[in-house]
Design a protein around this ligand. Structure first.
Ligand code: PFF
Length: 453
């Protein structure tokens, strides 16, 4: 099957191109914006350990499974799941797993685009020297003033969404593959520079202790769920993004090796972001649990006070936006691919349709930080609710189903053939993880949250 089938949407030009695209999808706001603030909110070290364990035991095996399913199906996740279910003689309802992903992608992109819009506006703020010499109080006021203004935030959300749609409309290996090739290494370099700055603050050790000294008394059932949900979010798992990217992967590329590389790069970026940010938080007596505004209230202080900070500030936010862009296109790709396959839409029309729908939904997040900030459901703002629903519930449920399908439903000879592991033991390890460990872990975390454990 794999030898003959190709996706109608095109294919990555090489193994390296896939690594770049998957890394592009994985590395995004999740690493630089979300990881630090949820680590801050959940008490630091112990949370980081739970998160790392989730990446290793749940994330990597499921990422391999998702890539494998995508490559074998070679279509949008909905159609892929339908075909693979048929191939395995299983219930056709498995294609609802694809639908779950499409809906999750819309919901995530709706708020992702708003936050990426914050990043865009910070490019301009950096350019116009707004951070130069500013105190931490001034930076905080700047941020609060900005998110309080729906008009400004909507403007940047619109710019980001339009850019995403433009890139998606151009297809798989057009501009993006090339852009990511250059952007990812540069982003990495800039993060190292920020880490170097953080190392020179008096509070560097404090930041490191906060990040890496586990205090398990700070861990609650909900923080374990957040850590697990974030492992899915940061690796782009459980919603078909990696599945659809896998469907563009040439045959005979090692899925295991590429997946491990992507997961390691992703984790490294998140940890570097944490190492850069927390010393600055403590040096300026800021709140580690400041929430979604954390990076916007810390990094500008560093840029405003370091030599060359003007340029680095601009570069950093430009790169943040590009990292977000290479993730956002993967959030919407499953839906676009499905519309092209099933509704006979051109890529362009499918992109515009998805873009408009997501843009509209994004308004809920925009208003969560200003005019609707008091509107709460289950004690959460609309933004918090969207985030909780997608990252903590939909992605783990999607990932759980991927693991069950790959481990239990798909014929062993097919997964073995698709994964082409160098050693039989490696296949056995993966199979064991995906059959037992990953689904059981997700299940236990859920039981824990509903208070059964
Ligand atoms: N992995 C991205 C990040 O960390 O920013 C977010 C994301 C992209 C989640 C694609 C899910 C997805 F399908």
């Amino acid at each position: 099957m794999t030898d003959t089938k190709k996706s109608i949407h095109g294919q990555w030009s090489s193994r390296f191109a896939f690594i770049l695209a998957a890394t592009g999808s994985a590395v995004g706001l999740g690493n630089i914006w979300k990881f630090p603030y949820i680590t801050g909110e959940n008490g630091g070290g112990a949370f980081v350990i739970v998160y790392l364990a989730c990446i290793a035991l749940i994330g990597i095996p499921i990422m391999m499974a998702e890539t494998m399913l995508g490559r074998r199906g070679r279509q949008s996740p909905i159609n892929t799941m339908e075909d693979l279910a048929q191939e395995a003689g299983a219930d056709p309802n498995w294609h609802y797993l694809g639908w779950l992903g499409v809906v999750a992608g819309f919901l995530i992109l709706s708020y992702y685009s708003v936050i990426a819009g914050w990043g865009l506006s910070y490019v301009v703020k950096a350019l116009t020297g707004s951070f130069s010499g500013a105190s931490s109080a001034e930076i905080k006021t700047l941020f609060e003033g900005f998110i309080a203004s729906p008009v400004q935030v909507i403007f940047w959300h619109t710019v980001f969404m339009a850019t995403t749609m433009f890139v998606v409309a151009r297809g798989v290996s057009g501009g993006l593959e090339k852009a990511v090739r250059f952007l990812m290494p540069t982003l990495f370099f800039l993060l190292l520079l920020l880490v170097a700055y953080a190392m020179n603050t008096d509070t560097y050790q404090r930041g490191i202790h906060f990040l890496f000294d586990p205090d398990f008394s700070k861990i609650t059932a909900d923080s374990v769920l957040t850590a697990m949900g974030h492992a899915f979010f940061t690796l782009s798992l459980g919603m078909g993004a990696i599945m659809v990217y896998g469907s563009y992967l040439p045959d005979h590329v090692s899925i295991a090796k590429t997946t491990v590389m992507v997961a390691c790069a992703d984790t490294a970026v998140a940890l570097l972001a944490g190492i850069a940010i927390f010393p600055i938080v403590f040096a300026n007596n800021l709140e580690a649990a400041a929430g979604p505004g954390l990076i916007f209230q810390t990094l500008p202080i560093a840029f405003g006070n370091m030599a060359g900070g003007w340029l680095f500030g601009i570069l950093f936010f430009v790169l943040l936006v590009f990292a977000a862009l290479s993730s956002s296109i993967s959030l919407i790709e499953p839906a676009v691919a499905w519309l092209v396959e099933n509704k006979n839409l051109s890529r362009f029309n499918a992109s515009v349709f998805c873009g408009l729908a997501t843009w509209f939904l994004g308004l809920a997040t925009v208003f969560s930080f200003n005019i609707w900030s008091d509107f709460k459901i289950f004690d959460r703002t609309l933004f918090d609710l969207l985030d909780y629903l997608t990252a903590n519930l939909m992605l783990p449920i999607g990932g759980f189903c991927v693991a069950v399908f790959a481990g239990w439903i798909m014929k062993q000879e097919h997964s073995r053939q698709e994964l082409e592991m160098a050693k039989p033991e490696h296949y056995q390890i993966w199979k064991f993880l995906v059959c037992y460990i990953s689904p059981a872990a997700v299940f236990l975390v859920f039981l824990n949250v509903v208070g059964v454990l």
